[in-house]
Design a protein around this ligand. Structure first.
Ligand code: NAG
Ligand code: NAG
Ligand code: NAG
Ligand code: NAG
Ligand code: NAG
Length: 946
């Protein structure tokens, strides 16, 4: 009995031929798929063009066959997805026949296993260097060739295709595995599975398991399969885990009652996002690897300088132009008044709507819209000159000081064809652009349709810190353009670097990013160096609209593995595979930009080694599928054409700008944060020391004031009893322009018939700098004119806004230092969330060395100018433990009691005692005027003269 097994699968830009032979009898009439691909570009285009029309896709092909089961299972752990597609099929006909098993997989996924069981013989896949795989395959191949069929039917997917020729009655089980990194776009991760069994299946099941250690913010499974499947998907969801199941029975699969056709024919979608502490990074360590995620959100976007470069050659005529105009109108409307822009439209000539960048005022935007509206496409394509003009425009604006050094400058190129006029050699255009572009400019290129050399657009974008995106020339092209734009319209950070302390990690993936766009995510992975460390630290530095920020993240080296080991449905190899996935994609991108053959060869070797180690089918590796039968080596190969350009950049699709040169540079952080513990930064000006001064002036608990009087060597205390909501002024210094106010909150319940009040919010405002820092118990806001940035207590961070430096020590305290002269520390008191009475509150401590002006006042500030204080007639009081005395101050004679207050800087739980003379009645007589004079309307108000 001789049987031929024939397999082929084909991906978007290349085909992967899968063939193997068991005692050849059956002859293929198809030709070698590899032959197709020798005729390069033109052929590829034809394929892709036909791809724009929907084709029927059937997962299991064959005539008289019975599909017993079709199961898809994805395990997504920390954004890394491992998907298994499994099906069991019987040839129930009377003849031998070919059974096809086809899977649509996301373009950016790597296939990493394929197994097949045919009548009890198991074939297992292993990834090998391509020529190795081919040679092994050739050795086993008896005769005959087989081919996969070229097909592609979707924008983001490609098709894996196999075909097996089996005798009647045979049972075949297929199982395909692929892996991908979930990409966050516009604030969500979207996981899509194509479920198109093409027939009724007794056991049809989709399971998606999500595990996110920081917690899942939301998870939905929007029904994208059709109305009849409404409510058939169930989601079980705890804080860190979610399980999504779709399991329609035979009846539910039917197109109509008694029909034999299946209505299950489409995309199953799961979307989710993870919980994040405000602007903190998330560092995870597992199995000797680490992954750093960073996706800040509460930051004011940077302003933009954009030159739109639009192809208006003849080929754009018609729908393409109409949709480009529609998209451009929406995009222009979205510009903010702080943005600058211009439009260049080009065919064989290059025209500018405005020779210079102009502010995006509503008048200018309207003008630009009218201009776009009236463009009549015709003529050739002079990309080179158009791009050089755009660069010139940005350079000119930058020379004239028009460009804010913190803004983001970009060129957005929209084109639908290869250059035909002027410089037409692609490599020369690439060189010209690279030569003139400045480090701080980026180029994004959008290719409409398939007449454009997308590889060129990708290379030129990647070379200049941008990405390329293909726009499918169909009904929703305008939508695609707008979606792309919305991904890059909100840059939040520039020049982001993620460092690790020396000797803790190696093999770090790209750790410098040019930009961070709102709604996306930066990911850095690497390996841990062997050491006896129990925690790993990372340091993120970046610049935002008006501020430089440094954030520290930390992870226990063991904790996550302990958690994972208890989980049944997590993908526990995620960190290792994610590192491999990112590294291979980066190397593929580097390889496509490599300028010398030897460099390219070196990179190729590294890719192959890694792809084999991690079992990824890449353009440089192939999967050999072999039976485990002793003495009957049966082989099959998954292959791709030699010159395949497996989307170098779209695979990882880093919006953030590749910076390959510095990819592996990491060093000690340029800044050292205070080590956790009770510290008080910036004692004297210029002092680098972090020390706790013994003497302190501060307010803590239900506001208990401690005023240190250094000349008298005495501490005086008083309480203020006020109402929740009241804002009390602590420091008001018109001379330096600094005001510090605290707003009261009440505890949850009366205690001894009295509602205790505490500071719930502290505001430190420097009028000179226009900067206000508002410290609350849940977050810390930094505001400067229209900019508003939020941070959490959950991460140690250092933020610099001109003369103001804000240091957050994770869950402990915030120190605000103004011009190195005035330092205020706010201490966080956290209580048990369900505490019946207590609420979280803040304490505030100020250095006695603060350099206020002579005009300083406020409940605390007035004592900067130390009053003369005399205490005498010390005697036993009603309470034998508390002595009493008379105090003379500011011309008043006050009865005072010896007591103590707590200083919580060293020990935030118990505090340390500070002995002081206590002034009764809200500090009456000690404090100027009546305490009610210190109640202010706003957190940034100054005190009006008493
Ligand atoms: C591929 O899958 C088979 C069957 O599940 C398994 O035995 C084999 O170890 C897998 N190979 C890899 C590299 O994961
Ligand atoms: C389906 O088949 C049953 C049994 O043959 C029959 O009673 C019923 O009317 C059919 N329904 C439709 C919609 O044809
Ligand atoms: C600052 O931003 C936060 C959230 O990002 C917001 O809740 C807060 O109201 C803003 N504050 C001001 C003064 O705009
Ligand atoms: C990882 O880094 C080490 C030390 O720099 C190097 O020797 C090794 O080759 C790297 N491994 C990979 C897979 O890149
Ligand atoms: C403070 O002033 C308020 C009215 O402004 C008055 O009711 C109160 O008695 C005064 N308190 C003291 C201690 O003088």
């Amino acid at each position: 009995m001789k049987t031929v097994f024939l397999l082929g699968f084909l991906l978007f830009y290349q085909s992967w031929a899968f063939e193997f032979i068991i005692d050849g009898e059956w002859e293929s009439e198809m030709s070698d798929p590899l032959d197709h691909h020798h005729d390069s570009g033109r052929y590829r285009r034809n394929v892709l063009t036909s791809g724009e029309e929907e084709e029927d896709f059937v997962a299991i092909q064959g005539n008289d066959i019975t599909v017993k089961s079709y199961k898809v299972e994805s395990k997504i752990t920390s954004r890394f997805a491992h998907t298994k597609v499994k099906s069991s099929v019987v040839n129930s006909g009377l003849q031998a026949q070919s059974i096809g098993f086809n899977v649509q997989i996301p373009k950016r996924a790597f296939i990493n296993n394929f197994t097949m069981n045919v009548n009890g013989i198991t074939f297992v896949g292993s990834v090998k260097e391509k020529t190795v795989a081919r040679n092994l395959y050739a050795q086993a191949r008896a005769r005959g060739k087989a081919a996969g069929i070229v097909r592609t039917n979707s924008q983001a997917m490609e098709t894996f295709r196999t075909e097996v020729h089996v005798p009647a009655g045979s049972k075949v089980e297929f199982e395909l595995h692929y892996q991908e990194l979930m990409q966050r776009k516009l604030g969500i991760y979207q996981h899509t599975l194509h479920i198109q069994p093409g027939r009724l299946v007794p056991l049809l099941q989709v399971d998606v398991y999500i595990f996110e250690p920081k917690g899942i913010k939301f998870v939905t499974a929007p029904n994208t399969l059709g109305k009849q499947f409404e409510d058939l998907t169930t989601i079980t969801h705890t804080k860190e885990k979610a399980h999504i199941v779709f399991k329609p029975n035979l009846q539910q699969q039917r197109k109509c009652e008694n029909c034999t056709e299946s209505a299950v024919d489409g995309v199953f979608t799961v979307t989710y996002d993870v919980e994040r502490e405000t602007n903190a990074g998330e560092l995870q360590v597992s199995d000797g690897h680490f992954v750093q995620f960073f996706a800040p959100s509460d930051l004011t976007p940077l302003s933009k300088n954009i030159v739109f470069v639009i192809d208006v050659s003849g080929s754009m005529w018609g729908l393409k132009m109409k949709q480009t105009v529609e998209a451009m109108k929406a995009i222009l409307d979205d510009l903010s008044i702080d943005d600058y822009f211009s439009i260049i439209d080009f065919n064989h000539n290059v025209r500018c709507w405005s020779e210079d960048l102009v502010q995006a005022s509503s008048i200018q935007v309207d003008e630009a819209k009218k201009y776009i509206q009236n463009i009549k496409p015709n003529g050739g394509t002079n990309i080179n000159e158009a791009l050089l003009r755009a660069i010139q425009m940005l350079i000119k604006a930058s020379h004239h000081g028009l460009i804010d050094p913190r803004s983001v400058s970009m060129i957005i190129l929209v084109s639908d064809g290869d250059p035909t006029v002027g410089e037409i050699k692609l490599s020369t255009i690439q060189k010209n652009v690279k030569l003139r572009m400045k480090e701080e400019f980026s180029l994004f290129s959008l290719g409409i349709g398939f007449d454009v050399d997308f590889d060129f657009l990708e290379r030129i974008a990647m070379d200049n810190r941008g990405i390329a995106q293909r726009i499918y020339a169909n009904q929703n092209a305008a939508e695609q353009l707008k979606t792309f734009y919305s991904q890059v319209s909100s840059p939040l950070l520039r020049t982001i670097t993620i460092h690790f302390p020396e000797n803790t990690v190696n093999n770090v993936t790209q750790n410098r990013f040019d930009k961070f766009f709102s709604g996306s995510e930066l990911i850095v992975a690497g390996k841990l160096q062997p050491s006896d460390l129990t925690t790993l630290q990372s340091f993120i530095t970046a610049s935002a609209a008006n501020m430089d920020l440094n954030i520290q993240a930390e992870a226990d080296i063991q904790a996550l593995d302990t958690v994972l080991s208890r989980h049944q449905h997590s993908y526990n190899d995620f960190a290792r595979q994610m590192w491999g996935y990112i590294t291979v994609n980066q190397l593929l991108a580097e390889r496509s930009l490599a300028r010398t053959a030897s460099r390219k060869r070196k990179i190729t070797q590294r890719i192959v080694a890694l792809a084999v180690e991690h079992q990824f089918v890449t353009p440089l590796t192939a999967m050999l599928v072999e039976s485990n039968e002793e003495g009957r080596p049966e082989r099959l190969i998954a292959d791709s054409p030699k010159d395949s350009k497996h989307g170098c950049c779209s695979a990882t699709g880093s919006l953030s700008g590749q910076m390959p040169v510095q990819r592996l540079v990491y060093q000690n952080p340029p800044w050292i944060l205070p080590t956790p513990g009770p510290t008080f930064v910036a004692e004297a000006v210029g002092s680098q020391e972090s020390i706790i001064p013994v003497h302190i002036t501060g307010v803590d608990s239900d506001p208990h004031f401690i005023i240190n009087l250094p000349k008298s060597n005495m501490d005086i205390c008083f309480n203020i009893d006020s109402k929740p909501g009241h804002i009390l002024n602590l420091i008001s210094d018109p001379g330096t322009g600094v005001t510090v106010n605290g707003q009261l909150i009440g505890s949850k319940m009366l205690k001894n018939n009295k509602l205790n009040t505490y500071f719930g919010t502290i505001s430190i405002y420097s009028k000179t700098d226009g900067v206000q820092v508002i410290v609350g118990t849940d977050r810390i806001d930094l505001m400067e004119s229209k900019n508003n940035h939020s941070f959490s207590w959950g991460a140690t961070a250092e933020l610099t806004l001109n003369r103001i430096k804000v240091t957050i020590l994770k869950e402990q305290h915030v120190t605000v230092l103004i011009d190195g002269r005035i330092s205020v520390m706010v201490l966080l008191h956290r209580v048990w969330k369900k505490h019946p009475v207590q609420v979280d509150f803040l304490g505030i401590y100020m250095s006695n060395n603060n350099k206020y002006s002579t005009q300083v006042h406020g409940l605390v500030g007035q004592f900067a100018k130390e009053p003369e204080v005399k205490v005498y007639d010390v005697h036993e009081g009603a309470d034998p433990k508390k002595k009493e005395a008379t105090m003379e101050v500011k011309g008043n004679k006050l009865a005072v009691t010896r007591g103590w207050q707590k200083d919580y800087r060293r020990d935030r739980k118990r505090g340390s005692d500070i002995y002081c003379w206590f002034v009764h009645n809200n500090g009456k007589g000690f404090v100027d005027g009546n305490y009610t004079n210190y109640i202010l309307p706003q957190l940034d108000s100054f005190l009006i003269a008493l």
